[in-house]
Design a protein around this ligand. Structure first.
Ligand code: HEM
Length: 143
């Protein structure tokens, strides 16, 4: 699609996704660390599922997820297989589908505040939509 054919929401979404694609690893990890700090302070009930885990390694995994979302169809990753693996890891820790809404709402907030170009509420709307398919895929794989 030529950029002249794109609607304004498409252009805003592209702008946001391009920012993630261009992010350096240290910047991406900083966003991911901010997310976990925010999650643990805002949602102490969720923090217990992460007990004993290393935040640096969690941040690296979250940064991979964000890059995967930003890569879209071009990631070359088998998303269904990856979603199944993540759902298993979650289940082992006692994470249930009912926990996802809170987790993603904090993630969307942090992502919206860590970008520079769009009003936070616009960025929040875009990120909510972008994270929906992967979230639904993981949730559907809980048994
Ligand atoms: C869209 C939502 C989510 C995504 C994309 C996501 C993604 C991931 C990924 C990629 C991993 C690494 C799995 C691995 O090591 O192979 C992971 C691990 C983990 N996630 Fe999630 N997650 C989500 C929601 C949640 C929620 C709601 C919770 C609970 C509050 C949670 C808690 C955990 C924990 C505790 C681990 C560490 C598992 C372990 O290493 O033992 N996640 N998540």
């Amino acid at each position: 699609m030529q950029s002249s054919d794109m609607t304004r929401p498409d252009l805003l979404r592209d702008d946001l996704i391009r920012q993630v694609r261009r992010m350096r690893k240290d910047e991406g990890l900083a966003v991911a660390r901010t997310f976990y700090a925010e999650l643990f302070s805002r949602c102490p009930d969720l923090a217990k599922y992460f007990a004993g885990l290393d935040v640096e390694s969690l941040a690296a995994k979250l940064w991979n997820v964000l890059r995967l979302v930003a890569a879209g169809d071009q990631s070359g990753v088998d998303l269904r297989a990856a979603a199944t693996r993540v759902a298993r890891r979650h289940e082992i820790r006692g994470v249930a589908p009912s926990h996802y809404a809170l987790f993603t709402s904090v993630l969307v907030d942090v992502l919206a505040h860590c970008q520079r170009t769009l009003p936070p509420e616009v960025a929040r709307g875009i990120w909510s939509k972008e994270l929906e398919p992967i979230t639904a895929m993981i949730m559907a794989r809980h048994v």
